[in-house]
Ligand binder design. Structure first.
Ligand code: ZN
Ligand code: ZN
Ligand code: FE
Length: 759
């Protein structure tokens, strides 16, 4: 007989780990025990050497499908005599912590039961098991145990209790276990009054949607607003009420077949759609699609997801006459965070929804749906939230406990300890009180959940960001150092960490985005950096152009266009689309602003250059959501056009003047906007290649990291990667965290850790 003690770390709780261990141990005739600790799963076994070895191999090669094992240690102990193999109660250790599972997509086993009339959970919208259901959004503290979730409000009935305690049952220790007798219930409310419950409530919601009404639906991480995607009037109504003029809406389809009616879906995309994370996936729209242009104006893609809770399945159950595709957009008033508390929803969504499909399982932390795009078969996250947060990013080296608060737009925060960086769900744009409160709430929650007392706090270099102001306050109150990280340096570091980079060798960071505060107080955004976690040199950047009106120029791309022409000494032809989009008085104010340098901060922003081209071509004159002008420019670009314009380098400046002269010439020659848009994209990719080649010549560096919001442009991404790899460069792009500002907090953590020497 021999004895072994095994400690397994990673995402090992809430994913059916102990029952699997139990089954394997029994099959190998081992005695001993398994238990959850706050540090992982701990096992002790006694048996003959052969059986123990079979057991260990089985556990290593065939762990539960949703577990994510980060370490697996085995230690020899003296064999102890146990009668049997048992599952022991949890043993929380002081300060121990453990990664927490993200919320899990509804599983096929539960789906079968949901529609089985003989099952006691037939048509019960909260059916779940060890392989599926809510996790992060209901967990209040660790270790993951029912009494530390929002399910503690529900007393298990004897039948559920029996399943919960039976190691052979697939609901063994499924913390959110519930049934129609003992679990949460749905209800339908109109004007704050409950009108029905249970199945009737779901039917009522379906009827409402079918008749063109808008229904607020309590989902996993917050309220969603739903309407029939085929009803143009309903969709327009939703836009009007949400004051969401053109930003695309996400869709939820009853089946993958319904998605394939409208989009091309690759095998990889199908896998992501139906994965345990079940995000919104951006899919290429078919030309034959009948989805109204109102859903996603100016887009070549549609964002689709599949139902991911039993409630969604019941809502979208294929029945004659009922819609198969619903708009499912976050339930919030413009710029506010998604509503997740019932009273809040009643108050804030009152003018948006005609009815409310609610339930009495509390959501502990708000979490929006995630958005993923696939690029060449790999994940390219746009928004990393439900289903992904708080799965940790595994770091190359253990680091001290820290907090990074991110930037301003698309904010996320990251806390870290040991070799884990826990990036939060998507918090949103920190532009108002509500979102800032959500930001602080998320920080408090994650610090508590992962037992993190930050020894260092990192924030953006921009002194006025709400996140920076908070970081300053925390640094004072906690008496810990504050490290301010330049925005594009953080982008570079985020991309490196995303790729598991662990070297001090400098890398070329092509960091292109809309806005980031530079140490010279200019607005950076078209940057070629050379560096790593420890620091950077700014080797080249887009020549500064004034941004008349500052932020006002972001919503009116014509301002960027005319500023660029002014800088390039090109007359403002009254026939230019940009000139025509502004009134005469606006034009004269603009000219004056530029001449006198009034309220015209200097910028090297690549995002604004895309805006400018979009405006001069008459594609977008009013940007109603971040990146709109650039996205529409990309979508219009002719895929076959090979021509390009020239950028010149002067010292460390990349001057777009020649590009503008050539582009304006094309406009005068009546070349189509589609061809000009394509030539512009090609020019940027070529300019990147020539700039990187020049850096390589002087430094020998052959590795490039692409980060920043501009890299959501897939056409630019593809051609840049092709040019660079053909020239022998190794190129890193994002895979786990967004390339936009949603990835900034991870970069800040890495830089703070390197610069403080606390690794
Ligand atoms: Zn299940
Ligand atoms: Zn029950
Ligand atoms: Fe950025």
């Amino acid at each position: 007989m021999i004895g072994k003690k095994i400690l397994i770390k990673g995402i090992v709780q809430g994913v059916g780990f102990r029952p699997t261990v139990y089954t394997y141990a029994h099959a190998s005739n081992l005695s001993g025990w398994v238990r959850n600790t706050s540090g992982g799963v701990e096992i002790q076994v006694t048996g003959n050497p052969e059986s123990v070895s079979v057991f260990l191999t089985q556990l290593r090669t065939n762990p539960p499908p949703l577990a994510k094992i980060d370490s697996f240690s085995v230690e020899e102990i003296s064999p102890l005599e146990y009668d049997d193999f048992n599952i022991l109660l949890s043993e929380p250790g002081e300060g121990d912590f453990l990664p927490v599972s993200a919320d899990l997509n509804f599983c096929p086993d539960c789906a079968r039961e949901l529609f089985d009339p003989t099952d006691r959970r037939f048509r019960y919208p909260f059916i779940n098991c060890t392989n599926c259901g809510p996790r992060y959004t209901i967990i209040q503290d660790i270790p993951y145990d029912r009494k530390k979730t929002t399910m503690s409000a529900f007393q298990m009935c004897p039948a559920c209790e029996k399943e919960y305690h039976d190691p052979q049952n697939r609901r063994f220790h499924a913390q959110p276990i519930a049934c129609p007798i003992c679990g949460p219930q749905v209800s339908f409310e109109i004007n704050g009054k409950q009108v029905c419950r249970g199945n009737e409530a779901i039917i009522q919601a379906r009827d409402y949607i079918q008749s063109g009404k808008i229904v607020a639906i309590k989902s996993i991480g917050g309220y969603l607003l739903a309407c029939d995607a085929a009803n143009e009037q309903a969709v327009s109504n939703l836009r009007l009420r949400k004051n969401r003029i053109q930003k695309p809406f996400a869709l939820m389809a009853s089946t993958i077949g319904k998605i394939e009616d409208h989009c091309n879906v690759s095998q990889e995309e199908l896998n992501i759609l139906s994965s345990s994370s079940s995000p919104i996936v951006l899919l290429e729209k078919k030309s034959s699609s009948t989805i109204s242009a109102v859903i996603a104006p100016g887009q070549r893609t549609l964002g689709f997801m599949l139902p991911y809770t039993p409630l969604h399945y019941l809502l979208l159950e294929p029945t004659d006459g009922y819609p198969h595709i619903l708009v499912m957009t976050s339930g919030n008033v413009i710029e506010e965070p998604i509503a997740y508390k019932d009273d809040d929803a009643r108050q804030h969504l009152d003018t948006l929804a005609d009815g409310f499909l609610m339930h009495d399982r509390e959501i502990n932390i708000r979490t929006d749906d995630s958005v993923i795009r696939l690029f060449r078969g790999n994940n390219y996250p746009i928004r990393r939230s439900r289903g992904y947060a708080p799965i940790p990013i595994f770091l190359p080296n253990p680091i001290a406990p820290m907090l990074a608060v991110g930037a301003e737009l698309k904010n996320t925060i990251t806390v870290c300890r040991d070799e884990y960086a826990f990036m939060s769900q998507y918090i949103g744009d920190l532009e108002n009180l509500e979102t800032t409160e959500s930001f602080e709430e998320t920080i408090r929650h994650m610090e508590k959940l992962f037992r993190i007392q930050p020894q260092i706090i990192a924030c953006d270099l921009h002194p006025d960001y709400r996140s920076s102001v908070y970081a300053e306050y925390r640094s004072c109150s906690d008496q810990v150092p504050l490290i301010r990280v330049q925005h594009h340096h953080a982008h570079l570091a985020a991309c490196l960490a995303d790729n598991g980079w662990d070297s001090s060798e400098p890398v070329i960071g092509v960091c292109f985005d809309g806005t980031g505060y530079g140490p010279d107080r200019a607005i950076w955004g078209g940057e070629f950096l050379l560096g790593g976690y420890n620091g950077f040199d700014r080797l080249f950047h887009l020549a500064y152009t004034p941004l008349p009106g500052g932020d006002a120029a972001i919503s009116k791309p014509a301002r960027s266009a005319l500023a660029h022409l002014w800088k390039a000494n090109i007359e403002w032809d009254p026939g230019f689309e940009s000139s025509q989009s502004l009134t005469d008085s606006e034009l004269s104010i603009l000219k004056n602003q530029l001449k006198m340098g009034i309220n015209s901060p200097l910028t090297s922003s690549m995002g604004r250059l895309f805006d400018a081209v979009s405006s001069i071509l008459g594609i977008c004159q009013f940007s109603t959501y971040e990146g709109q002008a650039a996205i529409e420019l990309e979508n219009l670009a002719d895929p076959f056009e090979k021509g390009s314009y020239s950028f010149l380098h002067y010292g460390d400046l990349i001057d777009p003047s020649t590009m503008w002269i050539e582009l304006i010439q094309d406009i005068h020659n009546k070349i189509s906007a589609s061809k000009i848009a394509a030539k512009f994209h090609n020019s940027i990719a070529q300019m990147i290649l020539s700039t990187c080649s020049s850096i390589q010549l002087s430094t020998g560096c052959k590795i490039v990291a692409l980060s920043g919001g501009v890299w959501q442009n897939i056409r630019l991404l593809a051609s840049t990667i092709d040019y660079l790899t053909d020239a022998g460069f190794k190129v890193m792009i994002h895979r786990q965290v967004p390339t936009n500002d949603g990835g900034i907090s991870l970069g800040q953590i890495m830089i703070a850790s390197a610069q403080s020497g606390k690794r």
